[in-house]
Design a protein around this ligand. Structure first.
Ligand code: 5AD
Ligand code: SF4
Length: 388
């Protein structure tokens, strides 16, 4: 008599990178003979893939864990093995320590590597990770701490995965990474940014005035070469990528998007703020003018290109005037979609340390969120993002 097949269930929070990681975690389980349970109430192993981008995201994870524990306290079934992975599991996350007594295992975020075969639900479109981590240290962002240094996946491994997907009948792909445009360039001398940001003596004056670490290449950027190589597969009809950032959105990339119609006409390009002073305090390393130049070049090459963005409202010290600059820019640029987020201080980040006393009251943040969300997303109520 064979024993019952063991089951797993994965609950995924957060961004597309987490969803892609979960596909590979599922692949790892299936390679070990597990099958997917229909619900978390009925599994042997329950993985929670966490998000730490804002406090609200962490609260959702904590809420789910409480629900799970309560459910099994009141049930006669044994509790499944509880495994936590994702961005909340990075070192020194105090909220994680509150949970630890009830967690059976922490799965380090990069342990299931790039090349683990993924289990994909979608049979036409596939997410392909091309890099992990981030070197940019935007002052508000937890990602460089939670996901570590930027690391590009080998080109041969990416191309092998595309080939396998094509063989399985896929024809649309999205290349994933925190900074896809710098794929293959991260070794070009990253300044000592990590040390700067984690040094308690670091002050506002030490903020660099640009994001220079990716801009040293004078040749065709490796990411553009990668897009061209993937385009050669006849079966691939649509290529998307995310996320991009303005500092390494090179002219060659703009031209490639203009000329290569397999690349989706929707380009996601986070601006974060329409005020140069706020951008500086965020360590974004570009100006509104530089962002506008990228948008204008894209639109000049192909008027079908549409742009979407991410914006944070209520960054510490954001004045009414600075917020209004973002509002005016939104009216001018006409983004197709804008993921507007309320600033959430993330313990350990530079803005949390540098700008504690400049925190904006929640009521004002909320008001700004409503104003901006309405301006950017009013015409697309159906696909309206709800990120607060
Ligand atoms: N507070 C609010 N929004 C944030 N984002 C990243 N960090 C924070 C934070 N601390 C937003 C940015 C980013 C998106 C993924 O999440 O807009 O582009
Ligand atoms: Fe965070 Fe900035 Fe890196 Fe994006 S580029 S993941 S916002 S630090």
């Amino acid at each position: 008599m064979s024993s019952k097949q063991k089951t797993y269930y994965i609950h995924t929070f957060g961004c597309q990178s987490n969803k892609s990681d979960s596909e590979r975690i599922a692949g790892d389980y299936e390679a070990r003979g597990y099958s997917e349970a229909k619900a978390w109430q009925d599994c042997d192993e329950l993985v929670i893939n966490t998000c730490a981008i804002r406090k609200r995201a962490e609260d959702k994870v904590l809420g789910l864990v409480q629900n799970i524990l309560k459910h099994f306290r009141e049930s006669d079934k044994p509790r499944p093995k509880l495994i936590l992975t994702g961005c909340m599991t990075h070192h020194a996350n105090e909220r994680l320590y509150e949970l630890l007594p009830d967690i059976d295992e922490i799965l380090p975020i990069n342990e299931v590597g790039f090349n683990q075969a993924a289990v994909r639900k979608d049979k036409k479109h596939a997410w392909i990770p091309i890099s992990v981590g981030c070197n940019s240290y935007c002052t508000y962002c937890i990602v460089p701490y939670s996901r570590g240094r930027e690391k590009s996946r080998d080109e041969a491994d990416i191309m092998n995965e595309v080939q396998r997907l094509v063989d399985q009948g896929y024809n649309e792909i999205t290349l994933l990474g925190m900074n896809v445009n710098s794929w293959g360039l991260e070794k070009v001398g990253v300044p000592m940014r990590k040390m700067m940001m984690e040094d308690d003596n670091f002050t506002r004056e030490d903020l660099p005035d640009n994001q220079t670490q990716y801009l040293t290449s004078t040749d065709t950027p490796p990411f553009v070469r990668l897009l061209q190589n993937i385009t050669k597969f006849d079966q691939i009809i649509k290529i998307r990528f995310m996320s991009s950032n303005p500092w390494d959105f090179h002219d060659e990339l703009i031209e490639e998007i203009g000329n290569n119609k397999k690349i989706d006409r929707y380009v996601h390009l986070p601006i974060q703020s329409g005020s140069n002073d706020v951008l500086y305090r965020m360590n974004r390393g570009y100006t509104v003018e530089k962002y506008l130049a990228v948008v204008n070049k894209l639109r000049a090459l192909d008027s079908d290109v549409v742009i979407g963005t991410d914006i944070i409202v209520g960054f510490p010290g954001e004045t009414n005037e600075e917020f209004n600059e973002t509002v005016e820019l939104a009216k001018k640029i006409d983004w197709k979609v804008g993921f507007v987020a309320i600033y959430s201080p993330r313990p350990g980040t530079a803005s949390w340390r540098l700008y504690k006393e400049d925190e904006i009251p929640h009521k004002i943040k909320k008001k700004r969120w409503e104003i901006l969300d309405k301006i950017i997303n009013k015409d697309n109520m159906s696909d309206r993002p709800k990120v607060i």
